[in-house]
Write a protein that binds this ligand. Structure first.
Ligand SMILES: CC(C)(COP(=O)(O)OP(=O)(O)OC[C@H]1O[C@@H](n2cnc3c(N)ncnc32)[C@H](O)[C@@H]1OP(=O)(O)O)[C@@H](O)C(=O)NCCC(=O)NCCS
Length: 325
């Protein structure tokens, strides 16, 4: 009998502090940096972002989202045998943020580890958990994408700081004989690291290199559209499904223009595309599970729908997961 990994619960959490484009423009103006709501909306579709207060860490956001997903799934934390957290902004060098979440949830004994694939992190983490369930190595898996991305932004660089936000999204996967995740495919091209990176580290007690996110926006834009389009075709081919059969496209939420280009390239009408970047900005690994959770909870995504989840980001990394909800 084929074992599938089925999503049986979703959750999301956004820190309560909402910063509108106008708020941000005012804050930057005090430092002599010019931006505007109009520029940000025209180039990105972003209207606002949620930002964590100082001291709030990725594990805190992740735990909130996890609790909601567990409640939705109707299972207890102790029933989990796998916890995977996708993040580029872990609380510590170690232990992993997954271990911190495990302790917060009160689970003992589950395998727990982090996945680092930046904005593709959730899709990578979901694929890993799917493979563990299919192989019989886990039955109940918690997969989280969580970031305090504001902690790696250079708040004096207007070309990047306006684009991102903080948050966490989570799903609970369970082994099932009913179809859940149908196909997945992941890719990376490390030779493109220079177009999007935070090339710093802590070593010998000091920050070495540049601790802030740097990006060639136009190069990322082009590569994101072409790689996601190719990945969508590949994952559908793998599952023997036509693109037109997809009920919902849930792409990484970086920029409305990237999402619109992608939708047009794939021939997927805008009514079938979930967009949250306008409200959340780019929350990196949290963006896809936050969008999935929002669309499930507002009744757009229903049981039986076919959703194409897609991530793309630093590394350069990208990938897709096709899931029967
Ligand atoms: C970042 C992005 C919005 C910039 O849009 P763009 O149309 O490429 O804009 P450019 O970088 O060419 O900059 C155009 C001008 O706007 C200025 N500008 C940049 N940020 C600005 C801001 N926040 N406010 C006002 N002006 C800004 C630039 O300095 C430049 O001015 P100049 O023409 O006088 O030199 C766009 O490239 C993008 O979305 N790329 C993808 C980024 C992304 O999603 N990354 C994450 C993927 S995981």
């Amino acid at each position: 009998m084929t074992i599938f990994a089925k999503i049986i619960g979703t959750g999301g959490y956004l820190p309560p502090r909402i910063v509108s484009n106008d708020d941000l423009a005012l804050e930057l103006a005090q430092k002599g940096i010019e931006t505007s709501d109009q520029w940000i909306v025209e180039r990105t579709g972003i209207h606002q972002r949620h930002l964590a207060d100082p001291g709030v860490r990725t594990s805190h956001l992740a735990t909130h989202a996890a609790r909601q997903a567990l409640e939705d799934a109707g299972i207890a934390a102790q029933d989990l045998d796998l916890i995977v957290v996708a993040t580029s902004t872990p609380d510590y060098v170690f232990p992993s943020t997954a271990c911190l979440v495990q302790a917060e949830l009160g689970n003992k004994g589950a395998a727990a580890y982090d996945v680092q694939a930046v904005c593709s992190g959730f899709v990578y983490a979901l694929t890993t958990a799917d493979a563990m369930i299919k192989a019989g190595r886990a039955r109940n898996a918690l997969v989280i994408g969580a970031e305090v991305f504001s902690s790696i932004l250079d708040w004096n660089d207007r070309s990047t700081c306006v684009l991102f936000g903080d948050g966490a999204g989570a799903v609970v996967l369970q082994a099932s004989d009913e179809p859940g995740i149908l196909a997945a495919q992941l890719n990376a091209d490390g030779s493109q690291m220079g177009i999007l990176c935070a090339a710093g580290n802590v070593s010998h007690g000091q920050v070495v290199g540049d601790p802030f996110l740097r990006m060639d926006g136009q190069a990322v834009f082009k590569l994101a559209v072409t790689s996601l389009a190719a990945s969508a075709h590949q994952v559908c081919e793998q599952a023997g499904i036509a693109l037109s059969d997809i009920t919902w496209l849930v792409p990484h939420q970086a920029n409305v223009r990237i999402i619109n280009f992608l939708g047009r390239k794939l021939g997927i009408p805008s009514e079938k595309v979930v967009i949250t970047v306008d409200q959340h900005a780019n929350t990196s690994a949290a963006s896809v599970p936050l969008a999935l959770n929002a669309a499930r909870r507002d009744g757009r995504i229903r049981a039986g729908d076919l959703a194409l989840l897609q991530g793309v980001g630093g590394g350069f990394t990208w990938g897709s997961v096709l899931v029967r909800c």
